[in-house]
Design a protein around this ligand. Structure first.
Ligand code: AR6
Length: 186
């Protein structure tokens, strides 16, 4: 399963590079110092230019499990939502709760700004070591529950952008599982 409609919003899974997405906002897999880094973070700052880092420096930081918003600089996206996922430490350090909270904070920020579209990467599953299957279930349950619980949401399009084809396959399997769990007909 690669696409599903939840209320008035379409949730899609695609393979690609998050920096190329033309949604109103893209989500960055940031660290709590908002200091930049590798992976998605490095790619976003390279493609978006120095204005993003300048805004991040003014904001100063963001706790794990939360998100902040900046302009998108030279990116196609008007905004970057910098979400801080947890570093995986075995699974007993509230990682699932913190990962859920990072997705939820991003969705809440999008909603506050009345955005219509947002793209997410797979938070925490690169440098932060979160096992992909578990992380995909947390990501999809959080997004699907948010959309189900907010029928009046401004969001019309939520995209999960997976970097590799095996990662996309894992997310596709998880999407089928979560829709079944939640009793959502497709
Ligand atoms: N587009 C989409 N997905 C990508 C891209 C891209 N351009 N590049 C990598 N991925 P990561 P984290 C995938 O490490 O685990 C940074 O240094 C990648 O395959 O970007 O949350 C920050 O500054 C993986 O599945 O984020 C933090 O210190 C996923 O995106 C730390 O890494 C997330 O990988 C955050 O680690």
């Amino acid at each position: 399963m690669k696409q599903v409609k939840i209320g008035s919003c379409v949730l899609s899974l695609i393979q690609g590079d998050i920096t190329e997405q033309a949604t109103e906002a893209i989500v960055n897999a940031a660290n709590s110092r908002l200091a930049g880094g590798g992976g998605v973070d490095g790619a976003i700052h390279r493609a978006g230019g120095p204005a993003i880092a300048e805004e991040c420096r003014k904001i100063g930081g963001c706790p794990t499990g939360k998100a902040v918003i900046t302009r998108g600089g030279n990116l196609k996206a008007r905004y970057v939502i910098h979400a801080v996922g947890p570093i995986y430490q075995g699974g007993k350090k509230k990682e699932a709760e913190l990962l859920r909270s990072a997705y939820l904070s991003s969705l809440q920020l999008a909603e506050e700004h009345r955005l219509t579209s947002i793209s997410f990467p797979s938070l925490s599953t690169g440098a932060y070591g979160y096992p992909l299957k578990e992380a995909s279930l947390v990501a999809l349950r959080t997004i699907i529950d948010f959309l189900s619980e907010h029928p009046g949401t401004s969001l019309r399009e939520v995209v999960l952008v997976l970097f590799t084809s095996p990662d996309l396959a894992v997310y596709e399997e998880s999407l089928t599982q979560v829709l079944k769990e939640r009793g959502i007909e497709t």
